[in-house]
Design a protein around this ligand. Sequence first.
Ligand code: SAH
Length: 215
Amino acid sequence: MTKDDFGYVRERMISDLRKRGICDERVLDALRLVPRHRFVRDQFLSKAYGNYTLPIGDEQTLTQPWVVARMSELLAVEPTHRVLEIGTGSGYQTAVLARLARWVFSLERIGDLAKAAVGRLQELEIDNVKIGHFDGTVGWGEAAPFDRILVTAGAPKVPKPLLDQLAEGGILVLPEGGRTQQKLVKYRRGAKKIRRIECEEVGFVPLIGRNSWTS
Ligand code: SAH
């Protein structure tokens, strides 16, 4: 495929996402700006813009575009926001968030994945992202509070430190449920209480750490 072919298939991905109900124009523009093929392994290049979950090594996966778009939409990121992401993986969702937010802090527990993601984001000259290599279930205390928090691995329930690091008025989205099947859940922190809304069914790899699955 040539570069132009990728431009064409990327536009097709955007119109597919619209047909499947994604309507936030800022989110669609962010997905239009990020070259997803740069985040996939060579053998999956032809699938880069299809609605597939793709292997990225270490038994981890790159999330399919519809789920990336839906989570970004639920998160309602604004240009002034500081966002915390747990589960950098390939760095694709990180790059999308970087187009929507002021700063993105992203944590990955697997060193090789974190390193590869840093390299990809540098190549794309995305300079408003900080990637950390440690257990994201404890959050990122020094950089808190965050306006938005996105977890891209499945947890049995929301890790408490993440809710504690959410600013007032902030939103946290994560897949909550079993080891392979979960529901996207949106939390919004009010002045006095935290609201919880259940959304679509999803299938993420497990969130492994001190405040989630232990292995
Ligand atoms: N958003 C990524 C999805 C990666 S899959 C992408 O689109 O490429 C989920 C990632 O979460 C995996 O890379 C996994 O290693 C990571 N992960 C799991 N538990 C974690 C934890 N406690 N802290 C940080 N990262 C974690």
